[in-house]
Structure formats: structure tokens, C-alpha cells
Design a protein around this ligand. Structure first.
Ligand SMILES: NC(=O)C1=CN([C@@H]2O[C@H](COP(=O)(O)OP(=O)(O)OC[C@H]3O[C@@H](n4cnc5c(N)ncnc54)[C@H](OP(=O)(O)O)[C@@H]3O)[C@@H](O)[C@H]2O)C=CC1
Ligand SMILES: O=C(O)[C@@H]1CCC=N1
Length: 257
């Protein structure tokens, strides 16, 4: 299989390119990278193809990954023939992607792709075969976990939620640190304390089903200071504020590009 990544030097495109090479999913001679700024001497220590333009990338690829920003899609003018096309673009629906003529699969990685820990759900259009799905899962599996969703509406929901990756935990860490600094704690100490909470919580919560709810319940049952804080945060609109943020992201996804 020969893979072409449009946007292969960007945030997600480079995470994918690096992962497929490091995991041995592809040999460098089977990887083509297109960007705006041009070729690089070394691509994560490998020599890959740097086609001069989109036509060059198409001609030397069996599978094309679109990892450009949504607003760049209309100007790209991709005509993919009967190739498998995997789009990472937020909010560019199957209806618009169909213009390129390929067999389309939309996937939604997140920033954890850069450390091989993305959660990458996908949906496939009609005409995408079992073998195409296996190909996509091998590629996406190189930078984390992947699974198929039943419909595109769910992928758009995931765009707002898992697609945001560390964004909301980072906002949480900022609020925690601001609370401390506003009450006299030195900024660097406040930041250490806040980051400790956010950075260590994945290992503490675990990954099993119901783990987050169980953790909250553990603290509520403990009935101490944290329970008082959790209840007050809920009563002050913590959940509705976050839900409003996710709704705004979903609305943006529907209007992007
Ligand atoms: N970043 C994230 O966490 C997530 C991103 N996404 C989606 O993934 C897609 C990629 O995002 P991200 O990696 O963050 O974006 P970046 O801005 O980091 O990368 C975009 C890439 O596209 C290249 N590019 C832009 N226009 C063209 C063009 N006309 N021809 C060839 N290459 C082009 C850029 O080239 P150059 O490097 O030369 O400028 C760059 O390599 C987006 O559509 C986004 O919605 C989805 C989920 C999460
Ligand atoms: O913020 C963004 O636009 C990207 C796309 C989906 C999630 N993150």
C-alpha cells in the first residue's frame, strides 16, 4: 500500500506519518508527503517522497489522508479517482467530500496522536469495503485506538468531545491555578499543583467502563472537602457550562470551512 498525506507536516498529519513509519506499518518509500512549505531533508529520520503537487501525490498513492484545515478543502480541488480517502477534517461532511470521487472514510483523531494515544473514531461512506476498513484501521491504529461509529452525526459529536483532546483539561488546570494565585500562592507553585491534578488523573481514574462516574462517587461518598466542592461546582453550573462549550463546538463544526 502507498499512502499520501496531504498536510503531512502539520499537527495530526505528522503524527500519522511518524507513527506509521515508527510502527513499521509502512516503509518510507511507500509514503508521500505534501504540504505548502515544501520538502524536508529528513522526515522523522526517514527519506520519504515529496511530490511537487497534488497531482503527483495522487499518482503515487493508493490511499490519501486529508490532514489540511477545513477552510483549505474547497481550494484543494482533489480528484481522487477510486482511491480510499481518509479525511481528518472537522465539519467537512461526506456530502462535501463526495466531490473528490474517492471511497470516503472520515476519522477524528485528537492531539494524543502525537504520543500514540489518540482515540480515533471513524465513519465510512457507502462503497468503502471491508478491506478498506482494515487498511484504515491499520493506519489509524498506528497512533492509538480506533473504532467505527454507526453514523456521521456521532462523528460530529466526537469532533466536539474527543477531538478536543487535552483542551478542556488544560482549561481546568488554568482555573485551578488561577484559584491558587488569586489567593496568594506563587504562580509556579500554583501551576505545579494544578498540573499534578490534571496530568496524573488518567492513571488514577483508569480506563474501564464507568471509571469517571465511580471516581466522582468515591469522593461524594467520602463526604469531605472535595465532596463539598464537587456539589457546589455542580450547583454553580459546572456541567451546564461545559455542555454549552461542547454545543458551541458542534455548531462550529456544522459551519466550518
Ligand atoms: N489538531 C487537532 O487536534 C485536530 C485536528 N483535526 C483536523 O485535522 C485537520 C488537520 O489539522 P492540524 O494537523 O491541526 O492542522 P495544521 O495546521 O497543523 O496542519 C495543516 C497541514 O496542511 C498543510 N496544507 C495546508 N494547505 C495545503 C494545501 N493546499 N496543500 C497541501 N498541504 C496543505 C500544511 O502545510 P505546511 O505545514 O507547509 O503549512 C500543514 O502541513 C484539520 O482539518 C482539523 O480539523 C481533527 C481533530 C483534532
Ligand atoms: O479545534 C479544532 O478545530 C480541531 C478539530 C477538531 C478538534 N480539534
Amino acid at each position: 500500500m502507498r499512502l499520501g498525506i496531504v498536510g503531512g507536516t502539520g499537527w495530526l498529519g505528522s503524527a500519522l506519518g511518524r507513527a506509521v513509519l515508527e510502527k513499521g506499518v509502512l516503509q518510507p518509500q511507500n509514503l508521500s508527503i505534501l504540504n505548502r512549505t515544501g520538502p524536508q531533508d529528513s522526515y522523522f529520520g526517514h527519506r520519504v517522497h515529496w511530490p511537487a503537487d497534488l497531482a503527483g501525490l495522487i499518482s503515487e498513492s493508493d490511499v490519501i489522508v486529508l490532514s489540511i484545515r477545513p477552510q483549505d478543502w474547497e481550494g484543494l480541488g482533489l480528484l481522487a479517482g477510486d482511491r480510499l480517502v481518509i479525511s481528518f477534517m472537522a465539519g467537512i461532511g461526506m456530502n462535501r467530500l463526495a466531490a473528490c470521487g474517492g471511497r470516503i472514510l472520515r476519522a477524528m483523531p485528537n492531539a494524543a496522536a502525537a504520543i500514540g494515544r489518540s482515540y480515533t473514531p471513524f465513519v465510512a461512506a457507502e462503497g468503502v469495503s471491508a478491506s478498506d476498513r482494515a487498511t484504515a484501521m491499520a493506519l489509524l491504529g498506528a497512533f492509538g485506538a480506533t473504532e467505527e461509529l454507526p453514523d456521521e452525526a456521532q462523528l460530529d459529536l466526537m469532533t466536539a468531545v474527543s477531538g478536543a483532546g487535552p483542551a478542556y483539561p488544560a482549561l481546568l488546570a488554568m482555573v485551578l491555578a488561577q484559584f491558587l494565585t488569586a489567593r496568594g500562592v506563587a504562580p509556579e507553585v500554583a501551576e505545579r499543583a494544578a498540573l499534578n491534578v490534571v496530568r496524573d488523573c488518567p492513571a488514577l481514574i483508569g480506563a474501564e467502563s464507568g471509571a469517571a462516574g465511580a471516581m466522582v462517587q468515591t469522593f461524594l461518598d467520602y463526604a469531605g472537602t472535595t465532596a463539598a466542592g464537587l456539589l457546589a461546582a455542580r450547583n454553580s453550573g459546572f456541567e451546564s457550562a461545559l455542555t454549552a462549550g461542547l454545543d458551541a463546538a458542534l455548531t462550529r463544526a456544522a459551519n466550518v470551512g
